[in-house]
Design a protein around this ligand. Structure first.
Ligand code: SF4
Length: 341
């Protein structure tokens, strides 16, 4: 059986190359070609023909296929990829003043069952490999012709439930011979798997951590995020404060504004109290309506009022820019529609 080089770290590739009787520096060349977007060995023109033939015999570069792309007038691109075994995953390409960012998925489906999230409908299908995570970025670079400078692991899946692949992916994209993306330009988002958060602070103190918070108390959180029953809010917030102390880095809290659920004056007051004194940033996200759950987003006007209130309490906060508003799909919706076909 051929081995898939896409899933190999540079060290693993060096071992493979050595076993094939080649000089170790060849590994670096092949790794660089993969991360430059080469989909086949024939594109690796600085390798001898004999080596390319040997690679062809023993190995392959299994890439994701682009199923559809929706491009918005503001440059945002929503990608639906098909994996080699027929699963669908979503990624989003976004242009910012500071550079280009890609939001990637870490799993096909998600086991966490948050009620406002289209990605969780249908449950977890399987973990993505490190190569499949990296290839979302490589494929988008190839498709857009643009260099990606920032990565957000915030698409479908709970990355801390796929920690081995996540850490391998981080090392691969951070490597100079890979995408050479600084750890400080990478953000990983979790719904709050506390033991892994602690591990992550030790392993990657420079990578930004975002928490899908979405509720100011256990009552609301239990209702919309089942994870909260295992890891209650007071323990999660204590773990966040510890993370800030340990890493010295600001935490981002994602808060999807759901009309009539978590956007009342009382809820926002509780949120301000919860985060008081922490080095953090709140990202308010007016939820895209998810028709499967019947939940509706708060208005942008309400989001503005909430932002003003939090800022007034000394909590830095932004209302997420409506990227790609002329392409209709909410996060996870492209995949969901494709699964229904
Ligand atoms: S919000 Fe994140 S953790 Fe929750 S179901 Fe969606 S993808 Fe999974």
């Amino acid at each position: 059986m051929k081995v898939n080089l896409m899933d190999m770290s540079l060290a693993e590739l060096a071992e493979f190359v050595e076993e094939a009787g080649e000089k170790p520096f060849r590994a670096k060349q092949i790794f660089q070609w993969i991360y430059r977007g080469a989909a086949g060995f024939d594109e690796m023109t600085d390798l001898s023909k004999a080596l390319r033939a040997k690679l062809e015999e023993r190995a392959e570069i299994k890439c994701l296929d682009i199923e559809t792309v929706q491009t918005s007038s503001d440059g945002t691109g929503k990608y639906l990829f098909r994996t080699h075994d027929g699963n669908f995953i979503e990624s989003v390409f976004m242009k910012y003043k500071y550079g280009n960012s890609v939001c990637i998925s870490s799993q096909a489906g998600c086991a966490m069952g948050c009620s406002f999230c289209a990605s969780g409908i249908g449950g977890l299908v399987r973990d993505l490999t490190a190569g499949e995570m990296a290839d979302q970025i490589i494929s988008i670079e190839r498709d857009t012709g643009e260099k990606i400078s920032h990565i957000v692991v915030m698409g479908t899946g709970e990355p801390f439930n796929n920690y081995g692949a996540l850490t391998k992916f981080l090392d691969m994209v951070h490597a100079e011979e890979g995408l050479n993306i600084g750890l400080r330009n990478i953000t990983v988002s979790t719904c709050g798997i506390i033991p892994v958060m602690e591990q992550f602070a030790d392993d990657y103190p420079q990578v930004n951590l975002a928490i899908s918070l979405h509720a100011p108390n256990d009552e609301i959180r239990n209702e919309i995020m089942p994870v909260s029953r295992k890891f209650p809010l007071n323990e999660l917030i204590a773990a966040c404060r510890e993370h800030v102390d340990k890493t010295g880095r600001r935490i981002t809290f994602e808060y999807a504004l759901i009309r009539g659920v978590n956007d009342s004056d009382d809820a926002i007051r509780q949120l301000a109290n919860l985060l008081r004194g922490m080095i953090c940033h709140v990202n308010l996200i007016p939820l895209n309506d998810v028709k499967e759950s019947g939940l509706r987003g708060s208005s942008r006007l309400r989001a503005g009022e909430i932002a003003e209130f939090l800022e007034g309490r000394g909590i830095p906060c932004t209302v997420r820019r409506e990227l790609g508003s002329d392409i209709d799909a909410a996060c996870g919706q492209l995949r969901l529609n494709r699964m229904k076909d």
